[in-house]
Design a protein around this ligand. Structure first.
Ligand code: SF4
Length: 363
């Protein structure tokens, strides 16, 4: 597998150019094409000589992700299924702030990206973990999800305006279990020579990896932190999230408090509401206490059912009762209503379908 050109930093590329007998100024030209050009191949680098393009293509892959399926638009979100060079699949989801990508009422577009193929953490309601963990994505595979989507919508990008303004790291995989590759990729995407996405516009979501949350609080960038909570007591969390047996709510809250005190950024608690599991009103006081302690807002996300799993979305009455009870306790709580965009729960389904098709010989 050749390294992706997108994961090369300016000094690394300059070093490679020197070794290849090429002038240093080419690094700036190449990086500009890769990160700001929204192009889809070496041949489109108009000011790069063919001899250098040939050298580049034998040392680097232009993109480490290949689009195999795009779905959505009607319900305001678009899902992308990418094939990696070893034949594995991952997903990304584009979420416009406006009613539709073509509706033009807001320029904000958030991309939710994956960090692993599969997931080892086995949350009971989640499609991503259904077939276990396959491998970590390398930095290029994380970066190329962003550049790949921007290349698809290149008409909406100009030199001073990019399509993707916000990133959420909530796709397939536990991001903090791939800590080094993720941070490497985010530091590139945050750079002004790349996508220039502000650290405060990048939200890293974790199911609760305590040591990595503390490690994240030690690095210099102000990334936002979201916790996939999905239960406000150990009893409920233990039932659906095996990670809680290792890092209980008390240990998790201590770590998030450290993050909060060092980064002074707002924390989000993500809470997928699942019928009969965590939608009882008895969870509300515990959630309110946690939210107050961590100065966190709470996102309530009605569950999106996953084929092969028996969990269900609660009725609208139950959803509204839960959120109302939280608000009555002074919690900043929102109910997310978008269809097809229950990222934590639904992510991974496209990939499973693609793998089943391949197993059955369809294409
Ligand atoms: S919810 Fe997140 S951590 Fe849990 S299995 Fe799914 S991808 Fe992994």
């Amino acid at each position: 597998m050749l390294p992706a050109i997108s994961s090369q930093k300016p000094d690394e590329l300059t070093g490679w150019l020197a070794q290849s007998g090429e002038p240093a100024y080419r690094a700036d030209q190449i990086l500009r094409w890769v990160h700001k050009g929204s192009i889809s191949g070496w041949s489109q680098m108009r000011n790069i000589p063919d001899s250098l393009k040939k050298k580049l293509s034998s040392h680097f892959s232009f993109s480490s992700v290949k689009l195999v399926h795009k779905q959505g638009g009607i319900d305001t979100t678009i899902k992308f299924l990418w094939k990696l060079s070893d034949g594995q699949y991952v997903e990304s989801v584009l979420i416009p702030a406006s009613p539709s990508l073509y509706g033009e009422t807001s320029d904000r577009h958030t991309l939710c990206i994956s960090t692993q193929v599969g997931c080892a953490y086995g949350c009971k309601f989640c499609a991503s973990g259904l077939e276990g963990f396959k491998r970590n994505l390398n930095p290029g595979e994380v970066i190329d999800q962003v550049l790949g989507v921007e290349a698809l919508f290149k008409k909406r990008i100009s030199s001073d305006r990019r399509l993707i303004t916000n990133l959420v790291i909530m796709g397939m995989g536990e991001p903090l279990a791939n800590y080094d590759n993720l941070l490497d990729a985010l530091n590139v995407l945050n750079s002004n020579w790349s996508a220039n996405i502000g650290a405060r516009k990048i939200t890293i979501s974790t199911s609760g990896l305590v040591p990595q949350i503390i490690k994240l609080s030690d690095q210099p960038k102000q990334y936002r932190l979201a916790i996939s909570l999905h239960g406000a007591t150990d009893e409920v969390r233990n039932k659906i999230m095996p990670i809680n047996r290792k890092y209980s709510l008390s240990k998790l809250s201590d770590a998030v408090e450290i993050y909060q005190s060092r980064k002074n950024g707002s924390i989000t608690l993500e809470y997928i509401l699942i019928e009969g599991i965590n939608d009882g009103i008895d969870q509300v006081p515990h959630l309110a206490i946690l939210s107050e302690r961590l100065r966190a807002k709470v996102n309530i996300i009605p569950y999106n059912s996953v084929e092969g799993l028996g969990y269900k979305r609660p009725s609208i009455t139950i959803q509204e009762r839960f959120v109302r009870a939280l608000i009555d306790k002074g919690v900043r709580a929102t109910l997310r209503r978008e269809k097809g965009h229950d990222i934590d729960a639904a992510c991974g389904q496209l990939r499973l379908k693609a793998e089943k098709k391949l197993d059955s010989g369809e294409n």
